[in-house]
Design a protein around this ligand. Structure first.
Ligand SMILES: Cc1ncc(COP(=O)(O)O)c(C=O)c1O
Length: 489
């Protein structure tokens, strides 16, 4: 498509209210806009007549300014076409002064990564074991494009108006069916709020349930975007250890108001919470009048044994809020997730979503509802499950055969990553291993990066969303060479 940007004159903002020397003011403000990059080389300025009329000055005043800036090589007049910002104009105009250091964020925001998170997955890696990304090479993009295309035309449902903060009705119904059949979650469409991913789900849940200073318990090691969010909202985050059965319920402090857990596939260790532990947690929450947030981010990809029921399904007291995401089953860039809340929270969930951003993009929600209803979602999951299972099995086989005494696999049968602990090594030694690996094209995350409290865990996490099955053996072979003989047995 040809963009009209270079032919349409820009609506330059110039304010002459309370100004005396009008020529100087117009000159100064145009130059400032070019210095600051608001006007870019090639941009077309308004015709002198038009700008003069808008500012209520004579045409000569504007023409004088344009002539002066052209004389300084900042603007270039082109006969019959208009006046344009010159190539290299920013250089001709002196650098802008740097201002804006007066305001500071509240202390809770220090240490929360911001700009750097955008770089995390930017570099391509030869053997990529990083966690957090699905494989989208097999995604049915052509179907997705046509479903999205149907929603972005005049006359499509909801175009041009604000909608229900809880989400697109058809999508909420499709989600209720999906979690009901695939996970046994008890949900009606009315219990569901569509969110911009798990992240927004946690944000609105915390806003309606947690006040400053309230204790929120999280698994340690755990998911940084979750516990950092609770902390940024003013909660006191308590790091609770995880053992082979999941979160250690005995270690919860009695004043805890909310417990955030990933029972199906603990992030990052990969443990599945035992049935006994699930029951103990539910009982604990009921006794202490606390809420449980169940993050079920990747359990659609289950390879083996029969799954244990979600906390939400076992809950009879209305204390569990179930959170799901389309980041693994579809793709993270979609930013769609959902909450299944007990009826007592339904209105507040909608209200919090409304105050956060009114609604998630409706065209995407509608397209996703058709993608699910049409069977493409289930088909994609089935296909990816086979692929991920093969990768999971390959990693488990190679780790068991070649890393004995160095890495112990944490058994798991679900998701997009497996973890391995290194009982004979220190986190620093593992850091050195990962560092050496990165120089020979192998990227792998360390467990120590997911510590919440003071204890650092020695181990590695192997994501298999990004790595093709046929590259796994060579990648792990290279990694094996990065282990010093003094590490482990
Ligand atoms: C524990 C956990 N929860 C949730 C998510 C998904 O988050 P979102 O839905 O915000 O993309 C991830 C993704 O890596 C995760 O690891």
């Amino acid at each position: 498509v040809t963009s009209p940007a270079r032919f349409t004159p820009l609506e330059v903002h110039i304010s002459l209210v309370g100004r005396k020397n009008l020529t100087r003011e117009i000159y100064r403000q145009l130059l400032e806009a070019i210095r600051a990059g608001r006007l870019r080389p090639g941009d077309r300025l308004p015709p002198t007549r038009e700008l003069a009329k808008r500012l209520g000055v004579s045409r000569t005043t504007v023409a004088t300014v344009y002539d002066r800036l052209a004389g300084e090589s900042v603007l270039t007049p082109r006969v019959g076409a208009g006046t344009f910002v010159s190539e290299g104009a920013a250089k001709a105009a002196a650098p802008a002064e740097v201002a804006g250091h007066a305001l500071r964020p509240r202390p809770a925001w220090s240490g929360v990564p911001g700009r750097t998170v955008g770089n995390l997955y930017r570099t391509a890696v030869e053997f990529d074991f990083r966690t957090g990304v699905p494989d989208v090479t097999s995604f049915p993009f052509a179907i997705w494009r046509s479903l999205i295309g149907r929603e972005i035309r005049a006359g499509a449902e909801g175009v041009g108006v604000y909608g229900d903060p809880a989400g697109h009705r058809g999508l909420r119904e499709a989600i209720a069916r999906h979690v009901g059949t695939s996970r046994g979650v008890h949900a009606l469409a009315g219990d569901i709020t569509v969110t911009n991913g798990t992240q927004q789900a946690l944000d609105i849940i915390a806003r309606i349930l947690i006040g400053p200073g309230d204790v929120v318990a999280v698994e340690d090691p755990g998911y940084p975007p979750a516990w950092r969010l609770f902390e940024a909202l003013g909660a006191k985050v308590a790091a609770v250890p995880v053992d082979g059965q999941g979160l250690c319920v005995d270690a919860l402090s009695p004043d805890t108001r909310l417990v955030y857990v990933s029972p199906s596939h603990q992030f990052p260790l990969g443990v599945s919470m035992s049935l006994a532990r699930r029951k103990a947690l539910l009982e604990w929450a009921d006794t202490h009048e606390a809420a449980i947030v169940e993050d079920d981010y990747d359990s659609e990809f289950r390879f083996g044994d029969r799954p244990i029921e979600p906390l939400q399904t076992l809950d009879t007291a209305g204390r569990v809020i179930y959170v799901g995401s389309f980041s693994k089953t579809m793709m993270p860039s979609l930013r769609l997730g959902f909450v299944v809340a007990p009826p007592s929270l339904g209105d507040a969930m909608s209200a919090a979503k409304y105050l956060a951003d009114w609604q998630s993009p409706l065209a995407t929600q509608a397209a996703l509802s058709h993608f699910i209803d049409g069977g493409w979602f289930a088909r994609h999951i089935r296909k990816m499950r086979r692929i991920y299972q093969a990768r999971h099995g390959k990693i488990a086989d190679v780790l068991t055969a070649d890393f004995a005494g160095r890495l112990d696999l944490v058994p798991s049968t679900v998701g997009l990553h497996v973890s391995a602990v290194a009982p004979g090594a220190s986190p620093d030694q593992l850091h050195a291993v990962a560092g050496r690996a990165s120089t020979i094209g192998v990227a792998v995350h360390q467990l120590a990066n997911y510590s919440v409290g003071a204890r650092r865990h020695a181990g590695l996490i192997f994501g298999y969303g990004a790595i093709p099955t046929e590259s796994i053996e060579e990648g792990l072979h290279r990694l094996r060479g990065c282990f010093d003989d003094r590490i482990g047995g």
